[in-house]
Design a protein. Sequence first.
Length: 239
Amino acid sequence: MARKTSTKKPGPKPARRGLRIVREGLAWCVLVSVLAFLTASLVHRALPPSPTFYMKQEARRLGGIDHEWVPIADVAPVMARAVVAAEDANFCLHWGFDMRAIRSVIERGETRGASTLSQQTVKNAYLWQGRTWVRKALEALMTPVIEAMWSKRRIIEVYLNIAEFDEGIFGIDAAAHHYFGVSPSDLSARQAARLAAILPNPKERSASKPSNFVRERTASIMDGAATIRRDGRSACFED
């Protein structure tokens, strides 16, 4: 009697099956992460973001931080102009990346210096500190989303409320009281420029005890803030 021939196909090898499971797991993780970010971006168009990853780190390290959210309507307009003049003068002219500044940095053979306020806001609000390629890649992917979903005024508002101004001092409200004993709405042009001048190295610079570098940078920022107001480059975030 002839032996019956099995027609059942062999199943996938264990290694291939394991690789497929890993790929599917990674795909689900990416999908969930993207949906979570899109949801957060929509929510944060109107509501303040929760304390950032870095804020939580510093709160654990220091035993607490000084931080209070304040609407941009309660911040002196010159503060927004000062930080734009200091960090991203063409803020109103780009879509998240200042290509002219990027080309200039490349031509000078440098590796940093072209980060826009939009990129910094994404990094501070949703990512972590440090200059890893993974973080920079995520920042590059997320920045256009924020630019599309938020107004320029909202980007400035979030930036001012989560930026670090001294050890344990986060946001413009805490910074104004810490350095000058005033509310954000009462900041003078010089005080606003002084706060902008200590960024992005607030632990190495002081707004209340300025070095010669900070004094010179303050004067330059005051001129720059006045310039972008005159030529219209502050129009996208002004009332």
